[in-house]
Design a protein around this ligand. Sequence first.
Ligand code: SF4
Length: 249
Amino acid sequence: MNQKSGQRPIDFDPKWDDETETASYFETLKTHQEASQRELISRNKEPEELAYCLADAAHSLALQFFEQVGNDFETSCKSGCSYCCHQPATVFAFEAIRIARELKNSLTSDDLKFLEETMVARVNDFKGSSVGKQINNKAACPLLTNHQCSVYASRPLTCRLAHSFSVKKCRQAFEKDRNLVQIPVALELLSAVSGIIEAVYGGLPGAKLDANLYELSSAVLVALSQPDAASKWASGDRSIFRNCIKDDT
Ligand code: SF4
C-alpha cells in the first residue's frame, strides 16, 4: 500500500490486503474522531460554533486519511477536467453545513441567490427518483464554475472518491451511458476512501449526530436557508435535513 504506484491501470495489487488496511483506517479515524469530539465538546462552545468545529474536525480528519492514501497514486485528473462533476453528488450533513458557510462568506447576495435558484431547479429535476438512478443526469453540479469546483477545498468526500486513469474513458462515459463505460480506477484508492466514508458514516451516530448522505443541492439549500441548521445538527437533531433527497445507493 505504501509503495509509489505511478500510473495505475485497473489491475489490483494482490499484495494489497483490502480488508485489513481498510479496517485499520476505520479504527484510527474513529479513534481520532472520538478524541476530537470529546475535546471540542469539553470546551463548552456555543452550539453553532460547536457544529462548525465538529464539521471541520470530522472533515479534516477524513482528509488527513485521504491524503495519506491518495498520495500513493498519480491519476489522470487535472484542473479544468470536470466530467465527474456532471452527475449527482452527495454530502454528509456536516459537509453541507461547511459548504454553506463557505458560500455565504465568499459570494455576493446576487450570486448566492442565483446559486440557490440553480440548486432548486436541480432538486426539482431529481425529485421522485433516487440519486442512484440519476447517474445518467449529465447536468453540471451547481457548484461547478468554469469547469472548476467553487468549493474545491471543502468538496465532499464522495467527490474525492472520483478519480480516473483515462480522460478518454471519462469523456466516453459522459457522452454515452455511464453504466456501459468502465472508468479505469485504483481499487485500492476506492476501497480506502470508501473506508473513510464508512468510518464517518459509522462514527457520527455514536456521537448522536446525523450521518446520512444527502443529495448535495438539497442539503446545501437547507444549510443556506435555515440559520439554525448548524446548531440543530450539533445538538443531535436528525430532522433538520429530513426533506432532503437521501442517497440510498
Ligand atoms: S461539489 Fe465540486 S467536486 Fe463535487 S460535483 Fe460539485 S463541483 Fe464537482
